[in-house]
Design a binder for this molecule. Structure first.
Ligand SMILES: O=P(O)(O)OC[C@@H](O)[C@H]1O[C@@H](OP(=O)(O)O)[C@@H](O)[C@@H](O)[C@@H]1O
Ligand SMILES: [Mg+2]
Ligand SMILES: [Zn+2]
Length: 176
């Protein structure tokens, strides 16, 4: 199966250093919804792995997070595509969970859900933590320049990291 895993904030939707705390603040990055729909219609399974420590920090309730993901699914469905499994880590940095990136627990959960190995699967993110998460389970680290991507680019990247302007460019590469 053709599986790609996406980080959410800074890849699918705009990110903020003040967290994305409401449905109104959840704004898709130009081309990202269409990119997910294009991949999906071409037979790709598009999963999402997202840290959401704002839950643990009390910035927004789980219901708001779920409303954002419902909106994502609706927008992609309007383009004829569908979003696969969305996995989130609601924990804080000090909670010692196994799912908060750069730990690879969410990627492992997605792989187990679909019954596929993770090796070589593209994991698309905007932060260094996303790249480290990919490397931890032999995924292909992919950086986009949206969100925190430019900041991440300013530092050394792991060898072999693929870099694209945005998710639309990632999809264009995979669909050529
Ligand atoms: O990029 P993904 O994983 O989808 O989501 C990132 C968000 O959960 C937030 O993660 C926070 O990091 P801390 O969780 O406070 O270290 C900050 O980077 C926020 O700017 C950001 O909105
Ligand atoms: Mg991100
Ligand atoms: Zn967690």
């Amino acid at each position: 199966m053709k599986l790609i895993i996406l980080d959410r904030d800074g890849v699918i939707n705009h990110d903020s250093d003040a967290y994305i705390k409401s449905l109104d603040e959840w704004i898709p990055i130009a081309g990202s919804i269409e990119a997910i729909a294009r991949l999906s219609k071409a037979g790709w399974t598009v999963a999402v792995a997202t840290n959401q420590s704002g839950i643990a920090r009390g910035y927004y309730p789980l219901a708001v997070l779920e409303a954002m993901h419902t909106r994502l699914r609706e927008l992609v469905a309007e383009q004829g595509g569908e979003v696969g499994l969305i996995v989130q880590c609601p924990h804080g940095p000090d909670d010692g969970c196994d799912c908060r990136k750069p730990k690879p627990g969410m990627l492992r959960q997605i792989a187990e859900h679909y019954g596929v190995p993770l090796s070589g699967i593209w994991f698309v993110g905007d932060s260094g933590s996303d790249l480290q998460t990919a490397l931890a389970v032999d995924c292909q680290p992919v950086l986009v320049k949206t969100g925190k991507g430019q900041r991440t680019l300013a530092k050394a990247l792991p060898a072999g990291t693929l870099v694209f302007d945005d998710l639309a460019a990632v999809a264009a590469q995979l669909l050529t």
